[in-house]
Write a protein that binds this ligand. Sequence first.
Ligand code: GLA
Length: 375
Amino acid sequence: MKIKTPPMGWNTWNTFGNKINEQLIMEIADTMVEKGYKDAGYEYVIIDDCWHLPERVNGRQVPNPELFPHGMKYLADYIHSKGLKLGMYSCAGVKTCENLPGSFGYEYTDAAQFAEWEVDYLKYDFCHFPKTADARAAYTTMSMALRNCGRDILFAACNWGRCNSHLWMRARGVNTYRSTADISDNKKSFSDIFESQLENISLSGNGFFNDMDMLIVGMNGVGNVGLGGCEMNEYLLHFAIWAFFSSPLIIGADIRKLSEEAKAILQNKNLIALNQDSDALPPYLLGHDGVDGKLISMAKMLSGGRFAAAIFNIGDDGWKKGSVMFSDLGIPVGAGIKVKLTDALTGKELGIYTDCYQENVEPMEFRIVQGEIMK
Ligand code: GLA
């Protein structure tokens, strides 16, 4: 399927793990509409692992009737009636990570089944993958099956960055590729993911997006990957990084119970606009500063000749002064070119600058500015 910008949605796994059912999915769809998530851009409601029976029936995957008594087409109809889209999950291996049937060898059967249920998005995992099989071939096969199933289905590969997936998945028709092992709800986990993607993020963008895993914003240590929890400023930093990196924004918290602060982070219009910019370019690394190298500055070109620059402090030894030289953004210093800067989080105008932007940044905080050259 052709996409322009990173997908946005909600997924069962981070909070609910294997405790999912039809009622939950319908309530989440209701909440997406009623609490403003749909208006903010969130569109996919994704059912992760544990929706199906342990054995195929007549070669087909079957939804667990105790959890999904009306089947998947019924849920798809409900979700579509709300103006949302349905995502589902399978695995390139013989079994999913929770030991339920995977799609290895059944790619065309399963793609046809998902199309029949009117699914719009497929997350495709990598557990229990046969040792002598070829990952490229397996993802290519499911991609071709989806491209011929008669329905537009977004292909969200999830092989955790194994086999250098960022180098070959774009050409195989994949839309998003999970680049890391699973996130958990603490600052070390999201900071590690951030640092691990600094060097290869440049291959993301333009219809093929590096998926840094589902968001933990607002989980507060509760649920399946709720190991520890974060402070609100840490959730904001995590969200800002994912937005800046053009990662898919897939919420993992229980949005039915989210605090107003967490909801405001997830619905921050300015950060979402950075993520959804129509040029869909990845950011690039400018450099590491500070004794520990944990003050990280980055840039991102935006549509209309604009740019964004970011300084992220993921260290823990006090504030540090970060700076972004405009020559690193393609704007020669000393040439008299004036740049108008806006705080990308609050939308506040910061004024006119000519050579660089500098700011003190506290631990686990960030500054992102958006700029345009004055004509
Ligand atoms: C893997 C994936 C997770 C989730 C689980 C489900 O660990 O990386 O995102 O889908 O499987 O079992």
